[in-house]
Each structure stands twice: as structure tokens, then as C-alpha cells.
Design a protein. Structure first.
Length: 305
């Protein structure tokens, strides 16, 4: 398998504080990879190292096989990055801002303008072409930030909290576009505080906490392995002398709470057993586990902490 991003025993110290503790990443080409963790876990430090903004204490990192330290110019040219903090000249109009960004990568002015117009249209900003950045709303500024990352058409895109502070409509528009370019072959590395964003977009996620990778895997697999799904059955009356065989369950106020890893498959079996026990079922609700529950279970924290 060919990897877009690799790190080997990557460590970073700030004085006596160890921000990264020897992390290993293997992000395949064409993947949509989520890096999740609470504040201070090491996400932004990792991105800083991959983009040459943070020095490595020990270990190594590479972009499509190019070492981020020894072959910085080449590795950096292969990445478009949208940082968490907005960073642009507030007095530039949008087209000039994107054309200037493209120029850093050696793109000729005419080609840069065509690419800028394409992205402004994609993000619904063509009517703002002559507007200066300082005059835009927060959501529009976030769109321009992502357009800057894409203007030189890099094979790898790193997005640090790309939908922070944007409304739901814009968030879904960005989700659709990111899914589209990922299917076209772009490798995307995403950090986010919106768990549902990672669950919807990413084919693989890694949870990082206190500078270490805690777990990595496909979101549905992680939920199935680490989460606790529940079938909640409200009955007319539960006789405490009756028992459900081979089920892990509790009963509270005539409501059965049955733990299961495969609720959709187990529900018919469960209802059949209740029928044989002559129990009158009034309501059935399935409560499925989520990636957020897995995150809290592994880190002991909310993702926003």
C-alpha cells in the first residue's frame, strides 16, 4: 500500500512538556482520515510538523515519501493546509488573495485566476470577488481559508477544524464538496470537534490523547467493538420470576434495557423470546452507540475539553 502521510516514532517536546510521545501514522493515498482528540492532545502539533511549521524533537515524518525536514520544499508543495486560525491579509479582494496564494506555488497568473474563479464559484463566493476579506462574515472567511488550501490543486489536503463557527447549511455544503474531491483521489486529513463530522466523512479515525494514539480504525468498527448499543423494551408488566436467557439486561419500571452489539439482528430474536414468555410489549426503542461514546470511554473527556 502506498501512503500519503507517514510518521515514525514522532515526538515533540516544548521544554519539559512532551506534546507528542512517539506517534506512528500510516495514512493511505486517497483516504479520508480523521485525527480526533481533546484540546491539547497533540493534533495541531502533528499538523504543524507535517507542514514544516513545528520542529521535530525526534522521529520522522514524510509526505508521499518525501521527508518533511530533509525535502521540505517538495513535501510542502504536495500539501494544502487550512489552519484553525484564519490567516490572510484583510485588505485584499478575494480573487487577488487566491491568486497570490497560487503564485507561491509557481502557478502562472492566468492559470491562477482561472483556478481562483473556479473555487470562488464552488464555495458560492463569486459575487464577493471584489470584496475585501475584512468585510466578510466569519463563515465566508472560513470558505476562503479552505479555498486557499486548494488553490494549487495539491494531492493532500490538511484541514484543522474546517467547519468551526459555520452554520449547518454551510457545513453540509462543505461536507459534500470534501466527499466529492476525496472520491476524485484527494487524500484528506481532518481534525474536528464535531464527532458527527468525523463519523460521516472519515473512512479511518485515530483518537489521540496526551500526545499518544489511543486507537485507530474504521468508525463503524470502533463503535461496534467499543460501544454499547441498547434495545429498550417497555412492557405491560414484568414478572421478576421470568428471565431472558443469554442476554445482558436490567429492568427499571417495567422497561428492559438489553445490551447488544448487533441490535438490528438481535431484536427479532429478543421479541420472539418475550412472546414465548407471554410478555406484552408496548414499545421498542433501539439506542445505538456513537463515536462520541467511544471517544469519551477511551479518553475520559468530552472532545471539547
Amino acid at each position: 500500500m502506498e501512503y500519503a502521510i507517514t510518521t515514525d516514532n514522532l515526538s515533540k517536546n516544548y521544554g519539559t512538556f512532551q506534546a507528542l510521545k512517539g506517534i506512528d501514522l500510516r495514512i493511505p493515498k486517497g483516504s479520508f482520515y480523521g485525527l480526533l482528540g481533546p484540546n491539547g492532545a497533540g493534533k495541531t502539533t502533528t499538523i504543524g510538523i507535517l507542514t514544516g511549521l513545528v520542529n521535530i524533537t525526534s522521529g520522522s515524518a514524510s509526505i508521499l515519501g518525501y521527508d518533511v525536514v530533509k525535502q521540505y520544499k517538495k513535501s510542502r508543495s504536495l500539501v494544502g493546509v487550512s489552519p484553525q486560525e484564519l490567516n490572510f491579509d484583510p485588505f485584499f479582494p478575494l480573487d487577488e488573495l487566491l491568486m497570490l496564494q497560487a503564485g507561491y506555488y509557481g502557478i502562472k497568473r492566468k492559470d491562477a485566476r482561472d483556478r481562483a474563479m473556479e473555487l470562488l464559484k464552488q464555495f458560492g463566493l463569486e459575487s464577493k470577488i471584489n470584496v475585501k476579506m475584512r468585510q466578510l462574515s466569519g463563515g465566508m472567511k472560513r470558505r476562503v481559508q479552505i479555498a486557499k488550501a486548494l488553490v494549487h490543486d495539491p494531492p493532500i489536503i490538511i484541514l484543522d477544524e474546517p467547519t468551526a463557527g459555520v452554520d449547518i447549511e454551510l457545513r453540509h455544503m462543505m461536507w459534500d464538496y470534501l466527499t466529492k474531491i476525496n472520491k476524485e483521489g484527494k487524500t484528506i486529513l481532518l481534525t474536528t470537534h464535531y464527532i458527527e463530522e468525523a463519523e460521516k466523512l472519515c473512512d479511518t479515525v485515530a483518537i489521540i490523547d496526551q500526545g499518544e494514539i489511543v486507537i485507530e480504525g474504521n468508525p463503524p468498527d470502533l463503535i461496534r467493538k467499543m460501544g454499547k448499543n441498547m434495545i429498550c423494551v417497555r412492557v405491560n408488566e414484568w414478572d421478576t420470576k421470568k428471565t431472558l436467557d443469554n442476554w445482558d439486561y436490567t429492568v427499571v419500571n417495567n422497561q428492559l434495557h438489553i445490551q447488544t452489539k448487533t441490535p438490528d439482528m438481535d431484536m427479532p430474536v429478543l421479541l420472539n423470546q418475550l412472546s414465548k414468555l407471554q410478555v406484552q410489549v408496548l414499545e421498542v426503542v433501539v439506542k445505538k452507540s456513537s463515536l462520541e461514546e467511544v471517544f469519551i470511554k477511551l479518553t475520559g473527556k468530552s472532545i471539547n475539553v
